[in-house]
Design a protein around this ligand. Structure first.
Ligand code: UTP
Length: 306
């Protein structure tokens, strides 16, 4: 069957990032650096590598830095040109190339009324097409681009596709957990979701992470549902309503997943990414080795220093 390709992606980035206060008081969480790039840039690179041609950034007050980051800065380029800083100019050119390869639109969510509401805000641009949703907090690297894997599953099934990963039983209460009716290999047919269950109530160990391909009926349902948990419009409630008439699948994707939306996860991602960089690896290992030598990594001395 001929179905439209997934060419549009929504980046919900209007949240308040309260888990990172005070840094997020005047700084968008999505602009916090992972080594030397803002975390949202990793998601934009993944979307473009997956064939997305139009990104819709859903932003709110205080998020202007996201717009500025993907815009061209002639002033900075001239400054670097005059000083012959060619490597740094190339770094800027890499960012410029992203917005050359993909249209980026900005739309305002006037109040942070939930993830579902943020996605619904993009509806005038999505305009009945299937679309991807990428939560910028979830950074997925290595292997073929995660979103590209989901888009391929959409091509094959026509179903709404959720990115899924198996998590240890003790961690299920941090995630939306997927109930399945079996499936083949990494693809599972979804029958329900349970938000942050106690380990004993979890229907599986498959957690839904921040990448989705939404069939058009999900956007329709988002326009119909009432606010759910926390008084917010929940994306998962709209997806659940499509289970009766449509199909929803979960794909266990290949790739390294980093949850940068919590402080420990954010620090872990920075450490892991810095260790992958040839220009930083040795210096960082030296720092770690010195800490080990001084016994600074043992629980006892660590807690004594806090
Ligand atoms: P999170 O709950 O992880 O982000 O939402 P948050 O609300 O910014 O962070 P905390 O909980 O206060 O620390 C997941 C994604 O959805 C976006 C956020 O920007 C984040 O990228 N979001 C959330 C919106 O765009 N609008 C909302 O109303 C809520």
């Amino acid at each position: 069957m001929n179905r439209p390709e997934v060419r549009k992606a929504v980046f919900p980035a209007a949240g308040l990032g309260t888990r990172f206060l005070p840094i997020t008081k005047a700084q968008p969480k999505e602009m916090l650096p992972l080594v030397d790039r803002p975390s949202i840039q990793y998601g934009v690179e993944e979307a473009i590598a997956s064939g997305i041609q139009h990104i819709v950034m859903v932003t709110g007050g205080g998020k202007r830095a996201i717009f500025d980051h993907f815009d061209r800065s002639r002033e900075l380029e001239l400054y670097l040109e005059e000083r012959g800083k060619h490597e740094l100019l190339e770094t800027l050119a890499e960012v410029n190339r992203l917005s050359d390869r993909c249209a980026i639109s900005y739309i305002t969510q006037k109040e942070p009324l939930g993830l579902g509401h943020a996605v619904l805000t993009a509806q005038p641009i999505i305009n009945g097409d299937p679309c991807a949703v990428l939560l910028p907090d979830d950074v997925i690297l290595g292997g073929p681009p995660c979103l590209g894997q989901l888009i391929e599953a959409y091509r094959q099934t026509g179903a709404t596709v959720l990115a899924a990963r198996r998590v240890p039983n003790r961690q299920v209460s941090r995630y939306g957990i997927i109930a399945t009716a079996g499936g083949s290999g990494p693809l599972h047919e979804v029958t329900d979701f349970v938000e942050k269950p106690e380990p004993k109530d979890a229907p599986s160990d498959l957690a839904s992470l921040g990448r989705y391909v939404l069939a058009p009926d999900v956007m329709t349902e988002l326009g119909r549902i009432d606010p759910g948990a926390g008084g917010e419009l929940q994306l998962v409630d709209a997806i659940r309503r499509t289970l009766a008439t449509g199909k929803v699948v979960a794909l266990e994707f290949e790739g390294e997943y980093y949850d940068t939306g919590t402080i420990p996860g954010y620090l872990k991602a920075n450490l892991a990414l810095a260790l992958q960089r040839e220009d930083l690896r040795e210096d960082l290992l030296d720092v770690i080795r010195t800490m080990v030598d001084r016994d600074e990594l043992s629980v006892r001395s660590g807690s004594a220093r806090v």
